[in-house]
Design a protein around this ligand. Structure first.
Ligand code: G1P
Length: 288
């Protein structure tokens, strides 16, 4: 039987240079999609998949993320004094249980592989989920929940993938796949292939289930694409020893690391909200 996925890692150390000046003093993970910070949407996804412990790999200037996932006593008292019980309840619902979050720092920006490696002591010797907060996965079933269902069937390691146009493959990790008893087994992975050399259009969308052996590989992983320690390179080594599957997410994916993806996420999630959607739709129809 596959070992249960209890912990999830969220790498939140990135600088967010694409969103300057918004991200000069505010971490990019705290920018809001409608009225929830991007990181909150991704933590919601992990909670919906039954994750019990949330591990944030942070960096300088990110302390506000820790505050966001803590109780704000003064705010709670003020809300309660003003009778704003709905808001108070909503905050309580979002708050992870005490002792269920961990924060560690990536001391230097050496790449995603290095950020994940920084979580090794907190994860220990068990399989874990990894969610990249830039990528908002939005569908009927949360992406990670679907991955955990698949993981419980066949075990091993998993990455979520989605189809991107030829012109974008060089911006992502790309997988080659083949059908194996109804599952998609990974035959090839490459991080940011040069244009025209991509093995497929299936890009890694930022959701992973990984076995703990990844940490030993990361320990000595050399720098790859962009001069960074790449998680994909370590996964290529792991795939030589363990099963590796791709999971196609049935929903929309917004790359909130890009301005256009971020704006689309706000628009689409706004349109779906019963309290905002009808008015927003009307306002768009009346645009001059
Ligand atoms: C990272 C991963 C890449 C993945 C992408 C998804 O790249 O290395 O494999 O496709 O996230 O957003 P980054 O966006 O950090 O360059």
């Amino acid at each position: 039987m596959s070992r249960k996925i209890r912990k999830a890692v969220f790498p939140v150390a990135g600088l967010g240079t694409r969103f300057l000046p918004a991200t000069k003093a505010v971490p990019k993970e705290m920018l809001t999609v409608v009225d929830r910070p991007v990181i909150q949407h991704v933590v919601d996804e992990a909670r919906a998949a039954g994750i019990e412990h949330f591990v944030f790999v942070t960096g300088r200037g990110k302390a506000v993320i820790e505050d966001h996932f803590d109780m704000n006593f003064e705010l709670d008292r003020t809300l309660s004094e003003r009778g704003k019980l709905k808001e108070l309840e909503a905050l309580a619902r979002d708050l992870p249980e005490a002792g269920r979050t961990s924060f560690t720092r990536q001391q230097a920006p050496l790449g995603l592989g290095h950020a994940v490696w920084c979580a090794r002591d907190i994860i220990g010797d068990e399989p874990f989920a990894l969610l990249l907060p830039d990528m908002l996965h939005h569908g009927k079933q949360p992406c990670l929940a679907g991955m955990i269902d698949a993981y419980e069937r066949h075990g091993g390691n998993l990455v979520a993938v989605y189809e991107v146009p030829d012109s974008d493959t060089h911006q992502y990790g790309i997988c080659g796949v083949k059908d194996q008893n109804g599952a998609l087994a990974i035959t090839q992975m490459v991080e940011k292939p040069k244009q025209g050399t991509s093995p497929s259009n299936l890009a890694i969308s930022g959701r992973y289930i990984l076995q703990p052996e990844i940490f030993n590989i990361l320990e000595t992983q050399e720098r790859g694409a962009g001069g960074e320690i790449q998680l994909t390179d370590a996964m290529i080594t792991l795939a030589q020893k363990q099963d590796f599957y791709a999971h196609i997410f049935d929903g929309a994916i917004y790359d909130c690391g890009m301005k256009i993806g971020f704006l689309m996420a706000n628009l689409m999630l706004g349109l779906e909200r019963p309290d905002l959607g009808p008015e927003l739709r009307k306002a768009i129809a009346n645009l001059k």
